[in-house]
Design a protein around this ligand. Structure first.
Ligand SMILES: CCCCCCCC/C=C\CCCCCCCC(=O)N[C@@H](COP(=O)(O)O)[C@H](O)/C=C/CCCCCCCCCCCCC
Length: 217
């Protein structure tokens, strides 16, 4: 039987986690291609949850595409890692630092949006990992969102996100879609994964903080 097309393949939590694992090089550089691949896997998961989430997955896909374009451009060598991308774009004044202007789609501001979402993911997965069988995924998602991304979104986006969260399936179905075995195996896998997601998040946070880029418009 023919292999399904990439976008039709079932989401696999392990694959996504492996991709985030390969993000960090030995010298703690965050590799943009792997970071983007991790997000692509997460978007596949989101798409499998239904069309109510499509406004979220479209935005994430758009940002992934912007970064992919840099990775395939003649400047691709500079976009190999978050560190080299920041250095290249700052040295060549390719970033709108205070208000949106000539570079509305710089690599730095685009990756910052995904970086903020990674904090949401970290908070959400930690809640999922420690929740009981009757834990409400919508409440976990909403709490994680309010503690992270919501601070950067206008009222209209926060409201739409809140409505979408109500459509999240219960914990048992959610675990099934994660395609990582029985619930206790999923919990164990999340336990392995969270430290590395936190580490990737922290390295990027430090690079952005060091360069005063955490509030890019
Ligand atoms: C390990 C498997 C279990 C967890 C699976 C999670 C799957 C999540 C997949 C993707 C998450 C989406 C990431 C969204 C990135 C949002 C970036 C952003 O903040 N964009 C806004 C600002 O962009 P600019 O206008 O400045 O360019 C933009 O306005 C956003 C619009 C869309 C709404 C974003 C709502 C984000 C909610 C995040 C929670 C996703 C809920 C998923 C439920 C599992």
């Amino acid at each position: 039987m023919a292999e399904p097309a990439a976008e039709e393949q079932r989401f696999s939590l392990r694959e996504v986690l492996d991709t985030f694992r390969s993000c960090l090089s030995e010298n703690r550089e965050v590799l943009v291609a792997d970071y983007v691949a991790g997000w692509r896997g997460l978007v596949r998961f989101l798409n499998s949850l239904g069309s109510v989430f499509s406004f979220i997955s479209k935005d994430a896909t758009n940002k992934i595409q912007i970064l992919d374009n840099f990775l395939q451009s003649e400047n691709r060598v500079h976009y190999a890692s978050v560190q080299s991308m920041v250095q290249f774009e700052l040295e060549n004044e390719l970033v709108d630092l205070t208000k949106r202007g000539k570079f509305p789609e710089s690599g730095c501001r685009t990756l910052l949006r995904l970086h903020r979402a990674l904090r949401w993911l970290e908070l959400f997965l930690e809640r999922l990992r420690t929740s009981g069988e009757d834990g409400k995924t919508s409440a976990m998602c909403s709490e994680a969102y309010n503690e992270s991304l919501a601070q950067h979104h206008p009222w209209i986006v926060r409201t739409a996100a809140g409505v979408a969260f109500c459509a999240l399936p219960g914990r048992a179905t959610f675990f099934e879609v994660m395609n990582a075995g029985a619930p206790d195996q999923v919990v164990a896998m999340l336990g392995d994964a969270l430290p590395l997601i936190s580490e990737v998040y922290q390295v990027v946070e430090d690079v952005y903080a060091h360069n005063d880029l955490l509030q890019l418009p």
